[in-house]
Design a protein around this ligand. Structure first.
Ligand code: ZN
Length: 172
């Protein structure tokens, strides 16, 4: 299997968190090193020992040949769809981040506001990732019929949810 591409370190960290350790631990502080892959391309190797069970992990990702330039906002990667997470996983990530954010921004402390901003910014970025799976000219993620709620994978609905998260960030 070719080494999967991690477009950004945020995407690589998210992948590690989602997959976790066999013991169930999901919070890691990996060390990273740039390595040369078998085909001569550059990769990024993440190594860490699980803080709960001690199991050693080593995961290598391909680095983008053309790294995503730092844009004005947070992003998990360039315009191409993720090779690490599928559309359903990105939607679950967006749900998870958004569900941790307070529904009402009124009266939040500065720290809580900052945390809400980080959560909703990531939720919106994860929705952007789902949208990257919708082909040009199509109105839905292909094969969304296999998902529990295929209607959530329609372009109009994905865009509406993404814009709602971005709108909440703007209110903070
Ligand atoms: Zn473990």
């Amino acid at each position: 299997m070719p080494t999967p591409l991690a477009r950004t370190s945020a995407e690589a960290h998210l992948y590690l968190e989602l997959h976790g350790c066999d013991c169930g631990e999901r919070a890691f502080a990996p060390e990273t090193a740039v390595v040369v892959l078998e085909d001569g391309e550059l990769g990024s190797r993440y190594t860490y020992a699980c803080p709960r069970c001690g199991k050693k992990h080593e995961v290598t990702f391909r680095l983008p040949a053309d790294p995503t330039p730092p844009g004005p906002g947070f992003t998990y990667g360039g315009p191409e769809p993720s090779e690490l997470l599928d559309a359903g996983e990105w939607l679950a990530v967006a749900d998870a981040y958004a569900s941790q954010a307070p529904a009402d921004p009124a009266g939040l402390s500065p720290e809580a506001t900052e945390r809400a901003r980080a959560l909703l910014t990531r939720a919106a970025a994860a929705m952007d990732e789902v949208l990257k799976f919708v082909p040009e000219g199509a109105d839905s993620v292909p094969d969304a019929g296999g998902q529990a709620d295929p209607g959530r994978f329609r372009r109009t609905r994905l865009t509406a949810v993404r814009d709602a998260y971005a709108g909440l960030v703007a209110q903070l």
